[in-house]
Design a protein around this ligand. Structure first.
Ligand code: IPD
Ligand code: CA
Length: 271
């Protein structure tokens, strides 16, 4: 099934409405304080009750409006698609920032065509909302990327020594040790690193020219589904290792004029 632009626009509007409702839930809950509900892949990979409540709300609203669509959510929500479309949702991306009250976290909602696998899916629409600041990044396939309704573009390429590069570190201690060693190689060769703590917003930072590039290992599909579409629609390349699409092993995003050089450096660093 090929999703028409008119349907994609409707899906985007639904994602915006649902992200705003979930964002309201999330910031309201934050005001009364937040506690860790459980730990996942490691002691520092946490989930709060608000992550779960946000996902439950998003899932209920999306499936009420679109009962035949599939669902893939970070907090365990799974549903097969009968329509060919699947919603890929991170109910709070940047949970550690959320836990500490750092106003840099996001509700991330994408809708994709095909199997819910980043190697083969085609993202149709995506929304990344920072409910703490109100900033809303959106994209519809072929329709460009917007921040609060205004078009955004990736920054023009700069020499690597002047490039500000976002990244993130894994929850596994062993992987973090490797990433720390790679930073020693990288830092003298670029302007600086930003580790802001929310992958979806890191991709939107590339999309809006706030950073020159971004790379990370160990991301999950819900971390990048919406942000990758937004970055691409803003003119960035978003890729995995070699010819692959982004996956758990690797994701890199940058202007096409910077991406190859940045990827070479990241590989050389072993990052
Ligand atoms: C995490 C954030 C973080 C990134 C991690 C993600 P979560 O998502 O996006 O920036 O470095 O890889 O898992 O756990 O806060 O939803
Ligand atoms: Ca999350």
């Amino acid at each position: 099934m090929a999703t028409t632009d008119a349907l994609a626009d409707d899906l985007l509007q639904l994602a915006i409405d649902v992200a705003r409702e979930a964002g309201e839930l999330v910031v309201t809950a934050r005001r009364s304080g937040v506690e860790v509900a459980d730990r996942k892949s490691s002691p520092v990979d946490v989930v709060t009750q608000v992550d779960r409540d946000s996902e439950a709300l998003i899932r209920a609203r999306l499936l009420a409006a679109r009962p035949l669509d599939g669902f893939l959510g970070e907090e365990g929500g799974r549903g097969a698609s009968e329509s060919g479309l699947t919603w890929v949702v991170d109910p709070i991306d940047g949970t550690v920032n959320f836990l500490y009250g750092i106003p840099h976290y996001a509700v991330s909602i994408a809708v994709v065509e095909g199997e819910p696998d980043p190697q083969t899916w085609s993202a149709v629409a995506g929304v990344v909302l920072n409910p703490a600041t109100g900033e809303l990044f959106t994209a519809r396939r072929g329709g460009g990327a917007l921040l609060d309704g205004r078009p955004i573009r990736v920054a023009e390429p700069v020499p690597l020594p002047e490039a500000l590069i976002g990244t993130g570190f894994a929850y596994s201690a062993a992987t973090r040790a490797e990433q720390g060693a790679a930073m020693a190689h990288l830092l003298p060769r670029i302007r600086d690193i930003r580790r802001m703590g929310t992958a979806s917003l890191d991709l939107c930072a590339v999309a809006s020219g706030r950073t020159n590039g971004y790379f990370e290992r160990t991301l999950s599909a819900w971390d990048h589904a919406a942000g990758a579409l937004i970055a691409r629609e803003a003119g960035a390349i978003v890729k995995g290792a070699g010819e692959r699409q982004p996956d758990r092993d690797f994701l890199l995003a940058a202007h096409p004029g910077l991406a190859p050089e940045l990827e070479r450096l990241v590989i050389e660093a072993g990052a």
